[in-house]
Write a protein of this length. Structure first.
Length: 574
């Protein structure tokens, strides 16, 4: 691209791999998306970055591991190995007497509730020839030609001892996750270029799956030990291995610290200052996740009780008003409307977009956005599905409780067992139903052709809304699935999905790191009560949100069940 300062360079929006070099400075190689904001990089002098490591910027963040999104922490900058520890590196530890020098072994050896002596523990750590060393080695050596392969077959204790020998530490689950797992639409793209080939480990860096800060093989190859306890004297091991499915990248695993499976490896971290790491980072971490194959929905009677007592409301006067009309766009007219909510003394804001290229009464799609709407305090139409408008359909975009100007302080869209989350789900449902109440007052809307389009967060809630709102006739859900976090039963997706009976199109990414195909997407799809002929699950080779083909597939779906719209020529208004 050139030498800095480059001036303004226009790039297509998307995910890029960047490499920056400067004499005397450590080369920076990172993975970062472009947006409408400047892309900034920080370079450090070579002496400031330990050899073979990359610098990870600190900050406040949440764990993006399934069942752990409620854990939040703030970290300072730190260093982490670019690659997994290799056979050659671990051999240096062995040859220097690592298994004979007790000073590297800092942790008590606890096995099945019994504390082992150091010599007893060393008897556990032998290779296939009976000598001390990883279980994948033989007679003190690794296979010929595998110097740069990750060491495999080490216990947590051996990994921790090597880290001590190298003047480093095993990463906490927070430090590992910060370097390896990035939130957002590109979170799953690392899986496309990682080693889950079911054949065996590969040389470190042999696959191009790179983390945001320049690490390699954090997904697949060998799974990697972390410092933290997981309860029952287990330790976390993350990232998945070459013989596991891709979704293991974001599902925490925990094993006995004595486990020496051949897929067990590790990498190390080095802190800018040990005192800068919060105590919370070292604490035992519990996680909650769900296996939907082992769960069953509540009875039909209990579902009807929820629907009647929690989701129904008195259909009082809306006291509706059109507060503004924007007639400046070529393809649509934008009306901003307010009306009474179905709870409290609140007013719902809704944005109605009417197409110019068709005639009323309009087919109408009600939109529910992704979770960015929780963090933006002013409505903007950036996520507006304008392709629906260009197809001749109207779009209603309600401002749901907690989003945009109706911010309620809700910090996350992820489920939990709180009354606050329960109340918000019910409010969102009532906002949707109240919006339909408004549409039914308008003669320019076809009341029998009301659809729902959910994106990410909205798509996940598509397992609930059509079950309690019978006036929706067709659903398109982009990037949805069952969440892994438990919720109270009255707002739990699993208890509603089988009562969704309308046509549903689910569009997902095959490499979605947040809502996994086999553990999240398919359980939701399979449980939907829609007849098989009227539901479809489309998978594309992408991360969380597919971009290609979404528009055309959505339009096809609405065309099938609502019929295509007769369009007319649009003339630019003055």
């Amino acid at each position: 691209m050139g030498k800095s300062p480059t001036g303004q360079i226009r790039l297509a929006r998307g995910l890029y791999r960047w490499k920056l070099t400067k004499p005397g400075y450590a080369t920076v190689e990172v993975r970062r998306p472009t947006s409408n904001r400047p892309v900034n990089f920080q370079l450090y002098r070579k002496a400031e970055v330990p050899s073979g490591m990359v610098r990870v910027s600190g900050g406040r963040f949440k764990l993006w591991l399934n069942g752990m999104s409620h854990h939040e922490i703030e970290l300072d900058d730190y260093f982490i190995d670019r690659y997994e520890v290799t056979n050659k590196q671990f051999k240096e530890f062995l040859d220097s007497g690592g298994y004979r020098d007790e000073k590297h072994w800092k942790h008590k050896f606890l096995k099945k509730g019994i504390i082992l002596s150091w010599s007893e523990a060393m008897g556990e750590f032998v290779d296939q020839g009976g000598k001390t060393g990883p279980s994948s080695w033989r007679s003190g050596n690794y296979p010929e030609g595998q110097d740069d392969y990750p060491v495999g077959g080490v216990s947590w204790y051996e990994a921790a001892a090597y880290a001590e020998f190298a003047g480093k530490r095993l990463p906490t689950i927070y430090h590992w996750s910060r370097a390896g797992i990035t939130a957002g639409r590109y979170s799953g793209t690392i899986l496309l270029h990682s080693n889950f080939n079911q054949k065996g480990a590969a040389s470190v860096g042999g696959h191009e799956g790179m983390g945001s800060y320049g690490t390699y093989d954090m997904a697949g190859n060998v799974r990697e030990w972390c410092l933290n306890k997981a309860g029952d004297n287990k330790r976390y091991i993350l990232g998945g291995a070459w013989d596991e499915p891709e979704y293991k990248f974001v599902i925490p695993a925990a094993f006995s610290p004595f486990d020496r499976s051949i897929t067990n490896g590790f990498r190390c971290v080095k802190y800018v200052s040990d005192s800068s790491v919060p105590e919370k980072a070292f604490e035992e971490i519990a996680f909650e996740t769900r296996d939907y194959s082992r769960e069953s929905p509540v009875s039909a009677e209990e579902f009807l009780l929820y629907k009647k007592t929690l989701y129904s409301y008195e259909k009082d006067a809306l006291n509706e008003a059109v507060v503004s009309v924007d007639d400046s766009q070529k393809y649509w007219v934008h009306e901003t409307i307010v009306f009474d909510a179905a709870y409290g003394e609140e007013r719902v804001i809704a944005h109605l977009y009417l197409p110019r290229n068709s005639s009323p009464p309009y087919q109408t799609v009600i939109y529910f956005p992704g979770n960015s709407a929780l963090f933006l305090h002013q409505y903007h139409a950036g996520g507006l599905p304008d392709y629906l408008l260009r197809s001749g359909r109207a779009v209603l975009y309600p401002v749901y409780k907690g989003t945009y100007e109706r911010n309620s302080g809700l910090q996350s869209n992820r489920p939990d067992r709180s009354l606050s989350y329960r109340d918000h789900v019910i409010w969102w449902s009532k906002d949707l139903s109240r919006s339909i109440d408004y549409l039914e007052l308008r003669e320019d809307i076809d009341h029998e052709k009301l659809g729902f389009l959910g994106l990410s967060w909205g798509a996940a809630l598509g397992a609930i809304f059509p079950a309690v709102e019978a006036r929706l006739k067709v659903c398109v859900l982009v990037g949805g699935g069952f969440y892994f976090e438990p919720a109270l039963p009255e707002v739990d997706q699993i208890n509603f999905a089988q009562h969704v009976r309308i046509p549903v199109l689910m569009i997902n990414g095959r490499y979605d790191g947040a809502l996994l195909v086999e553990k999240s997407q398919r359980p939701m799809f399979d449980l939907l009560g829609t007849p098989d002929k009227d539901k479809r699950h489309l998978l594309f080779d992408s991360g969380h949100l597919p971009r290609e083909h979404v528009n055309e597939e959505s339009l096809k779906w609405f065309d099938i069940y609502f019929g295509p719209v007769v369009q007319k020529e649009v003339k630019q208004t003055e």
